[in-house]
Design a protein around this ligand. Structure first.
Ligand code: FES
Ligand code: FE2
Length: 424
């Protein structure tokens, strides 16, 4: 439980708030690369409580600039892409990807007025089907190249949705492994038994029930980039990868995870980015990297496919017919900003407490002038991340660089009831 003041502090996203300033030390994905093209060259976006326009110039360069033209404030999402940047639809001022005005066609010949006109602009980089933005102070850190984002043999896609809730409750979900037994195995199965076709139910049971086995204990430890989460599943020993390897929660707002399917899961390395739009909205991006089986190759991808999956169904209810949608439903169900001043945390919430402490500590580091955890200043190439029961490219055994890792030693462990609470 937090005080009202603490809750307010960790859920603020504005540029003048301690939390907003800390969040601005990180690169955040803002849209799929494939969403911006010749037919759709601009997008109005909002990131960390700031409205912006994202555009792709006719030369293929991406810009992220303040939305209103400096002249008489027309929104540049209506602009025309040109090789040098984006031209305002109203009187034709042209801005490059750095926000610099480079043409004012109606000003007198030889005027240097344009040199004095510059819109606020932020750095962007494209990687693995996503456009990432950095809105913090210079010098900018390096965009971390997590291993799976760099694999040439992988096949990728991206989907996203906008959620009407604060991002912290989305991320806390990743420090709460016990929810899998209830939200997915029990509630999800109950939903599926009422609404799914026999085929959907069969698929659901095959994919989800094994991963939703009872957890005997859950453990968490700090590592270089955030927190590693481990679970000891019923019927397994500590040697099993669920406990021995685990998977990471990357500070501040990313989850690296496989998928529920017991046979195909090992070939998927996904990232879930909980991007703060503002205090009460989150852009939830799922970026997936499918690893080819040994001997298999995927076709080359010119454009990484993407979709916006609607959060709500035709009746205005949150969708809940797949695992991530059930998570989203739970986050929305906690309210726009969950009231942590009245919650009642139990033993299984130790990971959440660890994460909240880490947030407070990192806010303080930024306020003291330092770099918070998981800010990268040196490009060390692809950064390996653990992920249990997963295949790395070209390998026929799971574990990749972590396959011989000894049993993990979490900083904190929660022991659960030996009996499964879920009865199906
Ligand atoms: S408002 Fe943009 S050029 Fe005039
Ligand atoms: Fe979940």
């Amino acid at each position: 439980m937090l005080t009202k003041e603490q809750n307010e502090r960790i859920t603020q996203t504005g540029p003048d708030t301690p939390m907003g300033q800390m969040l601005r030390r990180y690169w955040h994905p803002i849209a799929p690369s494939g969403e911006l093209n010749e037919d759709n060259p601009t997008k109005e976006v909002r990131l960390l409580s700031e409205d912006l326009v994202l555009f792709r110039s006719a030369a293929g360069k991406i810009g992220l600039i303040e939305p209103s033209c400096a002249h008489r404030k027309a929104n540049l999402s209506y602009g025309i892409p040109e090789p040098e940047g984006i031209r305002c639809p109203y009187h034709g001022w042209l801005y490059d990807v750095n926000g610099q005005c480079v043409d004012q066609p109606s000003e007198p010949e030889g005027s240097r007025f344009k040199d004095k006109v510059k819109l606020k602009a932020y750095r962007v980089e494209e990687l693995a089907g996503l456009i990432f933005a950095y809105m913090g102070p210079e010098p900018a850190p390096i965009l971390p190249k997590w291993d799976a984002l760099t694999w040439e043999s992988a096949w990728r896609d991206v989907y996203y949705c906008v959620l009407p809730c604060n991002w912290v409750q989305c991320q806390e979900n990743s420090l709460d492994p016990v929810h899998f037994e209830w939200l997915h195995r029990y509630w999800g199965t109950w939903i599926m038994s009422r609404t799914g076709s026999p085929e959907q139910r069969e698929t659901w049971n095959r994919q989800t029930l094994p991963r939703g086995r009872h957890q005997l204990k859950v453990g968490f430890e700090r590592f270089k980039y955030g927190i590693i989460k481990r679970r000891l599943m019923e019927g397994e020993t500590e040697e099993d990868e669920w406990w021995r390897i685990g998977h990471p929660i990357l500070f501040p707002n990313t989850l690296r995870v496989g998928e529920a399917h017991p046979t195909e899961a090992g070939y998927l390395h996904a990232f879930q980015f909980r991007v703060p739009i503002d205090d009460t909205h989150t852009l939830h991006i799922v970026q997936r990297n499918f690893v080819p089986r040994v001997g298999q190759t995927y076709p080359a991808q010119d454009v990484i496919p993407w979709e916006e999956r609607p959060t709500f169904d035709e009746h205005g209810k949150p969708r809940n017919d797949w695992v991530v949608a059930q998570d989203q439903t739970a986050w929305i169900a906690q309210g726009a900003i969950s009231d942590r001043s009245t919650e009642a945390l139990g033993v299984t919430d130790v990971g959440i407490i660890m994460f909240r402490r880490m947030i407070e500590e990192q806010i303080q580091i930024v306020q003291d002038g330092g770099d918070p955890i998981n800010v990268h200043r040196v490009d060390e190439g692809p950064i390996p991340l653990p992920q249990e029961h997963s295949y790395w490219p070209g390998e026929s055994e799971t574990g990749g660089p972590f396959k011989d890792q000894p049993v993990g030693k979490p900083d904190i462990v929660a022991i659960l009831s030996p009996e499964a609470g879920v009865q199906l």
